[in-house]
Write a protein that binds this ligand. Structure first.
Ligand code: C5P
Length: 403
């Protein structure tokens, strides 16, 4: 993913600094060359020895080596880097970056670097939510810095909320996306709707019907489309995933809400990729009060939901429509019939019987089926599958440029 890329990893003094070690390993495993700049406080959380061993490069903290006076040039570091990744980034460092304070090597390097800068904030939820931090993050964004979305979760303080550093795997994907987007903006004036994740069908105020979809595949597709310059409206069921960079996100719960949001977004779109696991049935009525249990068995009358893909298929005209088929057997025939019935341009078949494919996992094994035949792909990461799907979307426009 990052073969031969130069990544300058900036580490600041956060408890999440231990994750910088994993991040460094993942960057190296992806083929990148890594140099590490640390603040003085970061050294109290993770040792320079650890980072030097993992990056296979000496760690840079001071402007010059006090023993021999050797100068650590922030300018040449900035020139060397294809990407400056500051992870974890404390509220303090973010504030200094936003205002141009340059009182350590990490910050002077930021001011002189011309490459893409990515910041992965890591702090307590109250500090993260504070208007000053949010304003500083917006300032950095307006300066072209990419912010790795901070997911909600348990924090070192014991509090629960937003402020955790994004997981190293997600950060590496973001770095790869940012670096590849610098080259390819092939879908620049196109707008796509992507549906992702599971819907939630309420039974009463407490219970609901859902499924195991986590949204990973749809989010990876949305990210890849945005990376290649497209405008993306991501209509998403409930998920813990961060919003991909540059994507407009519309949160929904039920199949009905997803239908309405997708149909509305499709009015101005050039195409749609239907990746969501939409409930096929929903309770006929939603009880207003929590249903009391009794000793009797119970059954819940269900009614059909609207098929969003089929509805878009009816109005799509020349626009592109991609569907998914998740089957518990080989499923070629069933996928073929969905391709016709829903008026799709192509369908991505994944089978639950394939090891490493399906819900929750980071990999997938898919077969593309279009009106000319099928192509089976090997097992690969969902990010790589997303890139293959978007390659196929690009091909579609190359073959029919008027779409
Ligand atoms: O018919 P089936 O649910 O297997 O079709 C799967 C495809 O149709 C997926 O692309 C899925 O996102 C889409 N779909 C939809 N609305 C539904 C059901 C499925 O958009 N109500």
């Amino acid at each position: 993913m990052l073969q031969g890329k130069h990544i300058l990893l900036g580490v600041t003094g956060s408890i999440a600094a231990y994750k910088a070690a994993v991040l460094c390993r993942l960057l190296k495993a992806a083929g990148a060359e890594v140099k590490v700049v640390m603040t003085a406080t970061a050294k109290q959380f993770i040792t320079p020895l650890t980072m030097a061993t993992l990056s296979k490069n000496p760690i840079l903290v001071e402007f010059f080596n006090p023993e021999n006076g050797e100068w650590n040039s922030h300018i040449s570091l900035g020139e060397w880097a294809d990407c400056y990744l500051i992870a974890p980034a404390t509220a303090n460092t973010i504030a200094k970056m936003a205002t141009g304070v340059a009182d350590n090597l990490l910050l002077t390097t930021y001011l002189s670097a011309r490459c893409t800068t990515i910041v992965a904030p890591a702090m307590d939820c109250d500090m993260f939510a504070h208007i000053t931090t949010q304003t500083n993050l917006k300032t950095l964004q307006s300066h072209g810095v990419i912010i790795a979305d901070s997911p909600a979760g348990e924090l070192a303080s014991g509090l629960v909320g937003k402020g955790r550093m994004a997981e190293p795997e997600q950060i590496v994907e973001l770095v790869a996306q940012c670096l590849s987007s610098e080259k390819k903006k092939s879908l620049l004036a196109k707008h796509f709707v992507v549906t992702a994740g599971a819907t939630i069908e309420a039974i009463d105020p407490v219970r609901y019907i859902t499924n195991h979809s986590t949204g990973k595949m749809g989010y990876a597709i949305a990210a890849e489309l945005a990376t290649r310059g497209a405008k993306v409206t991501l209509v998403t069921g409930r998920t813990t995933l961060p919003t991909p960079q540059g994507v407009d996100r519309v949160d929904v719960l039920s199949a009905e809400q997803m239908y309405n949001a997708a149909v509305e977004a499709f009015t101005t779109a050039d195409g749609a990729i239907m990746c969501a696991a939409v409930a096929d049935y929903t309770p006929a009525t939603v009880a207003q009060q929590k249903i009391k249990k009794s000793d009797d068995d119970m059954s819940i009358p269900l009614v059909r939901t609207k098929d969003i893909a089929a509805a878009l298929g009816k109005i799509k005209g020349e626009r592109l429509l991609v569907g998914f088929a998740l089957e518990s057997d080989e499923g070629q025939q069933s996928a073929q019939s969905k391709l016709q019935r829903k008026n799709l341009d192509f369908i991505v078949l994944n089978s639950l019987t394939d090891k490493g494919a399906g819900f929750g996992v980071d990999t997938n094994k898919v077969t593309f089926i279009d009106h000319n035949g099928s192509t089976a792909l090997p097992l690969m990461s969902k990010v790589e599958v997303a890139a293959k799907i978007v390659d196929k979307i690009e091909e579609h426009y190359a073959l029919s440029p008027d779409c």
